[in-house]
Design a protein. Structure first.
Length: 129
Protein backbone atom coordinates (compact mmCIF):
# COMPACT_ATOMS: atom_id res chain seq x y z
CA UNK A 1 0.00 0.00 0.00
CA UNK A 2 2.87 2.40 0.67
CA UNK A 3 3.85 2.51 -2.98
CA UNK A 4 0.50 3.62 -4.37
CA UNK A 5 0.12 6.28 -1.70
CA UNK A 6 3.45 7.81 -2.70
CA UNK A 7 2.59 7.63 -6.39
CA UNK A 8 -0.72 9.41 -5.81
CA UNK A 9 1.00 12.15 -3.89
CA UNK A 10 3.36 12.78 -6.77
CA UNK A 11 0.86 12.60 -9.62
CA UNK A 12 -2.22 14.37 -8.34
CA UNK A 13 -2.86 18.05 -8.86
CA UNK A 14 -4.56 18.30 -5.46
CA UNK A 15 -2.10 20.58 -3.67
CA UNK A 16 -3.78 20.28 -0.27
CA UNK A 17 -3.43 16.50 -0.44
CA UNK A 18 0.20 16.73 -1.51
CA UNK A 19 0.97 19.06 1.38
CA UNK A 20 -0.90 16.86 3.86
CA UNK A 21 0.85 13.74 2.59
CA UNK A 22 4.25 15.42 2.89
CA UNK A 23 3.39 16.54 6.42
CA UNK A 24 2.26 13.02 7.40
CA UNK A 25 5.52 11.54 6.16
CA UNK A 26 7.85 14.18 7.57
CA UNK A 27 6.14 14.47 10.97
CA UNK A 28 5.09 10.82 11.22
CA UNK A 29 1.47 11.71 12.00
CA UNK A 30 -1.76 10.25 10.62
CA UNK A 31 -3.00 11.54 7.28
CA UNK A 32 -6.73 12.27 7.63
CA UNK A 33 -8.71 12.91 4.45
CA UNK A 34 -12.31 14.02 4.11
CA UNK A 35 -13.81 13.03 0.76
CA UNK A 36 -16.76 15.18 -0.21
CA UNK A 37 -18.45 17.20 -2.91
CA UNK A 38 -20.03 20.62 -3.32
CA UNK A 39 -23.42 19.05 -4.03
CA UNK A 40 -23.26 16.76 -0.95
CA UNK A 41 -25.20 18.44 1.86
CA UNK A 42 -23.77 16.20 4.64
CA UNK A 43 -20.24 16.90 3.33
CA UNK A 44 -20.79 20.63 3.45
CA UNK A 45 -22.33 20.41 6.93
CA UNK A 46 -19.32 18.47 8.18
CA UNK A 47 -16.95 21.08 6.73
CA UNK A 48 -18.91 24.02 8.09
CA UNK A 49 -20.10 22.78 11.49
CA UNK A 50 -18.21 19.69 12.64
CA UNK A 51 -14.61 20.21 11.48
CA UNK A 52 -14.25 23.58 13.24
CA UNK A 53 -15.22 21.87 16.50
CA UNK A 54 -12.35 19.37 16.16
CA UNK A 55 -9.75 21.81 14.84
CA UNK A 56 -7.45 21.22 17.80
CA UNK A 57 -7.28 17.53 16.91
CA UNK A 58 -6.91 18.28 13.20
CA UNK A 59 -3.88 20.38 14.11
CA UNK A 60 -2.26 17.18 15.44
CA UNK A 61 -2.64 15.28 12.14
CA UNK A 62 -2.09 16.00 8.48
CA UNK A 63 -5.52 16.90 7.06
CA UNK A 64 -6.85 17.35 3.55
CA UNK A 65 -10.29 17.82 2.02
CA UNK A 66 -10.70 16.25 -1.40
CA UNK A 67 -13.58 17.15 -3.69
CA UNK A 68 -14.49 13.88 -5.42
CA UNK A 69 -15.63 15.69 -8.56
CA UNK A 70 -12.45 17.73 -8.97
CA UNK A 71 -10.07 14.90 -8.01
CA UNK A 72 -12.03 11.77 -8.98
CA UNK A 73 -9.06 9.46 -9.57
CA UNK A 74 -7.41 10.29 -6.25
CA UNK A 75 -10.74 9.98 -4.42
CA UNK A 76 -11.35 6.53 -5.94
CA UNK A 77 -7.88 5.36 -4.97
CA UNK A 78 -8.21 6.59 -1.40
CA UNK A 79 -11.76 5.29 -0.92
CA UNK A 80 -10.76 1.78 -1.93
CA UNK A 81 -13.87 -0.33 -2.10
CA UNK A 82 -16.12 2.69 -2.46
CA UNK A 83 -18.97 3.75 -0.26
CA UNK A 84 -21.00 6.90 0.03
CA UNK A 85 -20.17 10.46 0.91
CA UNK A 86 -18.80 11.91 3.02
CA UNK A 87 -15.94 9.62 3.86
CA UNK A 88 -13.33 10.31 6.51
CA UNK A 89 -10.24 8.20 5.90
CA UNK A 90 -7.07 7.97 7.96
CA UNK A 91 -3.69 6.53 7.00
CA UNK A 92 -0.66 6.00 9.20
CA UNK A 93 2.51 3.98 8.88
CA UNK A 94 3.46 0.87 10.76
CA UNK A 95 6.34 -1.57 10.28
CA UNK A 96 4.50 -3.26 7.37
CA UNK A 97 3.50 -0.10 5.48
CA UNK A 98 0.42 2.10 5.51
CA UNK A 99 -2.64 1.28 7.64
CA UNK A 100 -6.04 2.60 6.56
CA UNK A 101 -9.17 3.26 8.59
CA UNK A 102 -12.40 4.71 7.24
CA UNK A 103 -15.70 6.19 8.37
CA UNK A 104 -18.52 6.48 5.85
CA UNK A 105 -21.31 8.99 6.25
CA UNK A 106 -21.88 12.12 8.28
CA UNK A 107 -19.83 12.25 11.47
CA UNK A 108 -20.61 14.74 14.21
CA UNK A 109 -17.90 16.39 16.29
CA UNK A 110 -18.09 13.75 19.03
CA UNK A 111 -17.70 10.93 16.51
CA UNK A 112 -14.82 12.72 14.81
CA UNK A 113 -13.15 13.33 18.17
CA UNK A 114 -13.35 9.64 19.04
CA UNK A 115 -12.04 8.54 15.65
CA UNK A 116 -9.20 11.06 15.33
CA UNK A 117 -8.10 10.47 18.93
CA UNK A 118 -8.04 6.74 18.23
CA UNK A 119 -6.07 7.21 14.99
CA UNK A 120 -3.50 9.39 16.75
CA UNK A 121 -3.14 6.81 19.54
CA UNK A 122 -2.78 3.95 17.04
CA UNK A 123 -0.12 5.80 15.07
CA UNK A 124 1.79 6.63 18.25
CA UNK A 125 1.60 3.02 19.36
CA UNK A 126 3.05 1.97 16.00
CA UNK A 127 5.94 4.43 16.42
CA UNK A 128 6.72 3.06 19.89
CA UNK A 129 6.94 -0.53 18.63
Amino acid sequence: MAHWLIVLALTTSCVDYQDAYAQAVSQNVPLVVLLGADWCVPCQKMKKYELPQVQELLDRVAFAYIDVDKHAKLARELAGEGGGLPQTIAFWKNEKGWVRSRLVGYQNAAQLTTAITSWIAESQKEREN
